[in-house]
Design a protein around this ligand. Structure first.
Ligand code: DC
Length: 223
C-alpha cells in the first residue's frame, strides 16, 4: 500500500527536470529519484568494463548485477555504483552519449524499471525521467511533462556544464543534445512521450520557483 503520492516528472534534455524535481521533493519532504542517473551509472560501468555498448545482453547483465544507490546530500543526492561515488563522473559528454545508447536496450530498461518500482513503491517520491508516467508508474498520483524550446534547453545544458568547468562548444553541444533527443523519442522501447493524462508545463521563461510551486499545488490538490 502506498502511503504517500508518487510525483512522476518526464521530459526531454534540458527542460529543467532535475532542478524542478529536487525543488518539489524538498518542499514536500519527499525522496528524489533521478532515473537518468541510473542509466548513466550503467553506461559508466559498461564503459569502465570495456563492454561493447550495442551488445544488449552483456550491458543488461552489467545493469542486473550493479548496485545503484542514492545517498541523501545537501542538494543533489550522491550516486553510488557498487560503492563508488560516481556523482560527477556520470555527467561527462562521453557518459551522456553512452547512456543514450544503453537506455535503448529493452533488457537494460527491464532491470532498471524493476529497481525504480521498488524504490518508489511506498510513495513519497518525486521520480524524474523519460518514461515514469507512461511505464514505471502509470498510476502515479501526479504526472507532469516538462518541456522548453530547443534553444532554451541547449542554453541551460551549456550553462550547467560550463558552471561545472566542463569545456564545451555550444553548437556541438546543441547538435549532440538534438541527437540524444531524437534517439530518446524514436527508440522502439519506451520512447519519450507524454502520458495522455500528464500536465504539460512549458518552462521557457518561467523561474524554477514558479514551476515548483505549480507542481506542489497539483500534489496538494490530490490530498
Ligand atoms: O536525464 P538524463 O540526461 O540524465 O538521462 C540519461 C539518458 O538516459 C538519456 O539518454 C535518456 C535516458 N533515460 C531513459 O531512457 N529513461 C529514463 N527514465 C531516464 C533517462
Amino acid at each position: 500500500m502506498r502511503t504517500a503520492p508518487i510525483v512522476a516528472i518526464d521530459g526531454p534534455v534540458g527542460a529543467g527536470k532535475s532542478t524542478v524535481a529536487m525543488g518539489v521533493a524538498r518542499v514536500l519532504g519527499f525522496r528524489y529519484i533521478d532515473t537518468g542517473a541510473m542509466y548513466r551509472s550503467v553506461a559508466w560501468l559498461a564503459l569502465r568494463q570495456g563492454v561493447n555498448l550495442p551488445d544488449e545482453r552483456t550491458v543488461a547483465s552489467v545493469a542486473a548485477s550493479a548496485s545503484i544507490e542514492f545517498k541523501p546530500a545537501n542538494g543533489r543526492p550522491r550516486v553510488l555504483v557498487n560503492g563508488t561515488d560516481v556523482t560527477e563522473a556520470i555527467r561527462t559528454p562521453e557518459v551522456s552519449a553512452a547512456a543514450s545508447v544503453v537506455s535503448a536496450h529493452p533488457a537494460v530498461r527491464q532491470a532498471l524499471v524493476a529497481l525504480q518500482r521498488t524504490m518508489g513503491a511506498d510513495g513519497g517520491v518525486v521520480m524524474e525521467g523519460r518514461d515514469i508516467s507512461t511505464v514505471v508508474f502509470p498510476d502515479a498520483e501526479v504526472k507532469v511533462y516538462l518541456d522548453a524550446s530547443p534553444e532554451e534547453r541547449a542554453r541551460r545544458r551549456f550553462q550547467e556544464l560550463v558552471s561545472k568547468g566542463v569545456a564545451v562548444d555550444y553548437e556541438s553541444l546543441k547538435r549532440a543534445e538534438e541527437e540524444r533527443d531524437r534517439r530518446d523519442s524514436t527508440r522502439a522501447h519506451s520512447p519519450l512521450r507524454r502520458a495522455p493524462d500528464a500536465v504539460v508545463i512549458d518552462t521557457t521563461g518561467l523561474t524554477v520557483e514558479q514551476i515548483v510551486d505549480r507542481i506542489v499545488k497539483l500534489v496538494e490538490k490530490r490530498k
